[in-house]
Design a protein around this ligand. Sequence first.
Ligand SMILES: *[C@@H]1O[C@H](CO)[C@@H](O)[C@H](O)[C@H]1NC(C)=O
Ligand SMILES: *[C@@H]1O[C@H](CO)[C@@H](O)[C@H](O)[C@H]1NC(C)=O
Ligand SMILES: *[C@@H]1O[C@H](CO)[C@@H](O)[C@H](O)[C@H]1NC(C)=O
Ligand SMILES: *[C@@H]1O[C@H](CO)[C@@H](O)[C@H](O)[C@H]1NC(C)=O
Ligand SMILES: *[C@@H]1O[C@H](CO)[C@@H](O)[C@H](O)[C@H]1NC(C)=O
Ligand SMILES: *[C@@H]1O[C@H](CO)[C@@H](O)[C@H](O)[C@H]1NC(C)=O
Ligand SMILES: *[C@@H]1O[C@H](CO)[C@@H](O)[C@H](O)[C@H]1NC(C)=O
Ligand SMILES: *[C@@H]1O[C@H](CO)[C@@H](O)[C@H](O)[C@H]1NC(C)=O
Ligand SMILES: *[C@@H]1O[C@H](CO)[C@@H](O)[C@H](O)[C@H]1NC(C)=O
Ligand SMILES: *[C@@H]1O[C@H](CO)[C@@H](O)[C@H](O)[C@H]1NC(C)=O
Length: 479
Amino acid sequence: MLAGSVLSVIAIAATAVNAANLGNPIFQQGQFSQQVYDGYNLLKHFGGNGPYTDGVGHGIDRNPPAQCEVDQVILIHRHGERWPDPSVAEGMIAAYKKILNTNLTLTGSLGFLNSWESFLDTPSLWAEETYSGPYAGLLNGFRRGVDYRARYGHLWNGESIPIFSSGYERIIETARRFGLGFFGYNYTDSAYLNIIPETADQGANSLTPVCYTESSTTTYGLSNFTQFASAASRLNAENKGLNLNASDVYNLMLLAPFELNGRPFSPWTDVFTLDEWVAFGYYNDLGYYYGGGGPGINTSAAIGAVYANATLTLLNQGPSVGKLFFNFCHDTNITPILTALGLFVPDKPMPVNYIKHDSIYKSTNFVPMGGHLVLERLSCNATSEHEAGTYVRTVVNEVVIPREDCQDGPGFSCPLANYTQTLNETLPDFRTACQVPEDYPQYLSFFWDFNQTNALNFQKGPIPYQLGATTWNDQPLGS
Ligand SMILES: *[C@@H]1O[C@H](CO)[C@@H](O)[C@H](O)[C@H]1NC(C)=O
Ligand SMILES: *[C@@H]1O[C@H](CO)[C@@H](O)[C@H](O)[C@H]1NC(C)=O
Ligand SMILES: *[C@@H]1O[C@H](CO)[C@@H](O)[C@H](O)[C@H]1NC(C)=O
Ligand SMILES: *[C@@H]1O[C@H](CO)[C@@H](O)[C@H](O)[C@H]1NC(C)=O
Ligand SMILES: *[C@@H]1O[C@H](CO)[C@@H](O)[C@H](O)[C@H]1NC(C)=O
Ligand SMILES: *[C@@H]1O[C@H](CO)[C@@H](O)[C@H](O)[C@H]1NC(C)=O
Ligand SMILES: *[C@@H]1O[C@H](CO)[C@@H](O)[C@H](O)[C@H]1NC(C)=O
Ligand SMILES: *[C@@H]1O[C@H](CO)[C@@H](O)[C@H](O)[C@H]1NC(C)=O
Ligand SMILES: *[C@@H]1O[C@H](CO)[C@@H](O)[C@H](O)[C@H]1NC(C)=O
Ligand SMILES: *[C@@H]1O[C@H](CO)[C@@H](O)[C@H](O)[C@H]1NC(C)=O
């Protein structure tokens, strides 16, 4: 709209100057600006700790190709923006208190601390969703629901459908807000919220499966990147008497993304240089790659195969078994799925002693707060280029990520038959690779066998202190 009106103003001006010269290359402004910004946004250096951003795409239309319509959608979504978990909050507070306890009147980059108010003074909220500010987690869940209603509402016929959340309070809250956003008004009679406990005895019948064997490990640390220790030296030099070290710096850097999760502004973002933020982001990427479900751990693909295989069955059964599957979990439950699907898998292991800037494994592109993966089943009519048929596309944080090995379908999608064949050949067998105990469920069954109750759709009463894991009926685990 804006671009259109700018263009017409230019056209009118050109007409006024000299109608005969319309199209004169000297006067005409090109259709496209030649300024290409760097795609830089500080949020892209926060790893999985900070506010949601869309992924960085490849210029492929998010909407289905003209001859196709989406006939089934399978979403898996991380909880929204939240306060830090207790152990992380304690590390952040310790580093902050280390500064305060010097009793210095601070100057330089940390000068704002003389009047800053901590956002970590309410421990009862730690681990829970944020509810305030432009990046609030609850807002994220609601907005995603509203957005997906516009995008996929044609697939809902008004009958109740299941929503699946793993048993963790912040995740359940995100699922509920999404439900309100998607179904609107009072969604009691529109959905069945099912809570799948995160306990290990769920075996394969889980949104949060684990291996029952050892996983490979890789050792590296903050000392492998000079930026953390040099930031400490810089801050110590600004205020004689500070004695910050590399791990204090890391903890202080965490304050920026987590403050933004609940507030519009964080002065901590300016305490560190952009180079330091780049190192922070890469360090977080390494954390996922080698420690949080990424391709750098030998059990990740087997864990991710649980969901990849179960959804493969759904895609093959098609809309008759359900058109909308909405699932909610943690970041480190989505990363193994990406690994199993072969998405964002670098050709070579990520280096741990320098920053590989062109790495495709950038965690803010897939698991920022509210990160999500969508499998779209497309039903397409024939064109001169493509046969009529059923195709699959993967969409990660609202950008289409084509498969490298199968992208001949419309909009770089993959024929369902080929997708099925490829996954059948590449997915590890979770049960044997992870040695699932025989008395635990061996398959994911809840997609086909969910509880038809709406009793869990809304939070009842206040959330207990730092509530994390819950049972299937939303009671604190172990209570
Ligand atoms: C596919 O073709 C059928 C029959 O002509 C038509 O009803 C339908 O709208 C088409 N679908 C799309 C997505 O164009
Ligand atoms: C800072 O002030 C407190 C309270 O006056 C005092 O107990 C503490 O020793 C002081 N710390 C330093 C490092 O001077
Ligand atoms: C929502 O709808 C259910 C079922 O129709 C009803 O029992 C409940 O009272 C409604 N909630 C509110 C807040 O009106
Ligand atoms: C369904 O409810 C039963 C209790 O009635 C519970 O044991 C089970 O875990 C629930 N299943 C799901 C998928 O929520
Ligand atoms: C992963 O590596 C660990 C440690 O080397 C090994 O014990 C385990 O069997 C491996 N698991 C898989 C699935 O390769
Ligand atoms: C930094 O200092 C804190 C306490 O002030 C300490 O707990 C931590 O181990 C130190 N980190 C390093 C890398 O030395
Ligand atoms: C990482 O740092 C440790 C010391 O903290 C060192 O022993 C190790 O060699 C470094 N790794 C690499 C790959 O540079
Ligand atoms: C899909 O599989 C068919 C049959 O195996 C094959 O001919 C075709 O090239 C495959 N297409 C893609 C995109 O892999
Ligand atoms: C692949 O197909 C075979 C034969 O139908 C089946 O036994 C096997 O379980 C499938 N593997 C996966 C990962 O679905
Ligand atoms: C994949 O899932 C289907 C049913 O959902 C199951 O029959 C099949 O055995 C599973 N394959 C593996 C390798 O787990």
